[in-house]
Design a protein around this ligand. Structure first.
Ligand SMILES: CCCCCCCCCCC/C=C/C(=O)SCCNC(=O)CCNC(=O)[C@H](O)C(C)(C)COP(=O)(O)OP(=O)(O)OC[C@H]1O[C@@H](n2cnc3c(N)ncnc32)[C@H](O)[C@@H]1OP(=O)(O)O
Ligand SMILES: NC(=O)C1=CN([C@@H]2O[C@H](COP(=O)(O)OP(=O)(O)OC[C@H]3O[C@@H](n4cnc5c(N)ncnc54)[C@H](OP(=O)(O)O)[C@@H]3O)[C@@H](O)[C@H]2O)C=CC1
Length: 296
């Protein structure tokens, strides 16, 4: 793989890709997309802005955010951005202060910031484990809590969509992220009830194999198998997740809270995903059991 290789939809694609949603659906609304300059977040930012929202884009890299804002503004869309590490609760709280100072409202938060690296769980270092848990569980929580506090204090309703992973079946070699995302799903179900009196809805979207630059952390051999991890035998694209997030987070989802929507081409029903490559032990009937330590 060369450094220039890139995966998934480009800004040029996202600027014109057809959508099922009506123009103007988010007129007058403000949406925040964390990880908004990544693959799924970027598609979500484009979609929300094309539907009329002012979109605030966050991530760690100023340069990535600036590039996206430039591309979106060139097409006349309303957006702004700020570099925020979701693992820093003070920085996150200050970010939400700034949002209220500048806009006086936030209608939708999509938490797409996240990620992991593939490794056998038995080899996780403490630092690696903590990096993934801090990013995906703690960081997502800091964003959720900061948003909810602002909505409560302002007496405004709000909606949160957390982008997670499929935790129920077949995602191997990333146990740290499965643990973190199962935490986010549980947390979301709990606060969906606690925050219902505040008018805050909380939902999750679990993508299957969605071709984005996030795939660069996996080997070419592993990536090549991703389209075969579901019965549709193809990868999805970031627009699939953007449209699912808008369904749950926007007006179409107004009676939905505490829900998990899996968008994986049926991968949770058939298929398996080995992010570290499939061990010989699991390959084919001929070798079944051959490596079993009990020798039976
Ligand atoms: C039903 C079936 C399911 C269907 C599903 C099919 C789906 C298939 C698709 C695959 C699944 C998911 C894909 C995606 O999510 S892709 C998009 C997400 N994007 C990323 O993952 C981006 C890449 N990842 C990261 O940036 C990092 O992993 C991280 C999120 C942790 C970033 O944090 P941080 O910047 O703090 O991390 P560092 O790089 O500084 O590393 C900190 C320590 O972590 C350890 N580490 C990091 N990388 C590795 C590695 N490759 N191997 C081993 N250990 C690693 C290490 O201890 C680091 O510390 P040191 O650098 O000091 O050693
Ligand atoms: N693509 C796929 O197949 C799948 C993706 N997912 C999940 O969907 C989400 C989005 O993935 P995708 O768009 O593909 O991946 P990308 O790697 O393209 O985007 C993830 C974004 O998260 C941001 N981010 C990471 N850590 C932090 C942090 N500590 N603080 C702030 N921002 C951070 C990064 O921004 P920056 O570089 O600026 O830090 C990056 O732009 C992730 O949670 C991912 O795990 C789940 C299943 C499958």
């Amino acid at each position: 793989m060369t450094g220039a290789e890139s995966f998934g939809l480009t800004d040029a694609d996202l600027a014109v890709k057809p959508t099922v949603y009506a123009p103007g659906m988010f007129d007058g609304k403000v949406a925040l997309v964390s990880g908004g300059a990544g693959g799924i977040g970027r598609a979500t930012a484009w979609l929300l802005a094309r539907l009329g929202a002012h979109v605030i884009i966050s991530g760690r890299s100023e340069a990535k955010i600036a590039g996206l804002i430039g591309a979106m503004r060139e097409t006349g869309l309303a957006c702004s951005g700020h570099a925020v590490d979701i693992r820093e609760p003070e920085g996150v709280a200050a970010f939400f202060d700034r949002i209220w100072d500048e806009h006086g409202q936030l209608d939708l938060l999509v938490n797409s910031a996240g990620g992991q690296f593939p490794q056998a769980a038995i080899d996780f270092s403490v630092k690696g484990w903590n990096a993934v848990i801090n990013t995906n569980l703690n960081g997502t929580w800091f964003m959720m809590q900061a948003a909810a506090r602002k909505w409560r204090d302002a007496g405004q309703p709000g909606s949160i969509v957390n982008v997670v992973v499929v935790t129920t079946h077949g995602l191997h070699g990333v146990a740290h992220t499965v643990a973190a995302r199962a935490g986010v799903i549980g947390l979301s179900r709990s606060v969906a009830v606690e925050w219902a009196p505040l008018g805050i809805r909380v939902n999750c979207v679990a993508p299957g194999a969605i071709e984005t630059d996030g795939w660069k952390v996996y080997t070419p051999q592993v990536r090549a198998a991703y389209p075969m991890t579901n019965p549709m035998m193809r990868a999805g694209d970031a627009w699939d997740i953007a449209e699912a997030s808008v369904y749950l987070g926007g007006p179409a989802g107004k009676f939905i809270t505490g829900e998990l929507l899996t968008v994986d081409g049926g991968g949770q029903l058939w298929g398996e995903t080995w992010t570290t490559g499939k061990p010989d032990y699991f390959k084919g009937a001929d070798s079944r059991g051959a490596d079993r330590p009990d020798g039976d």
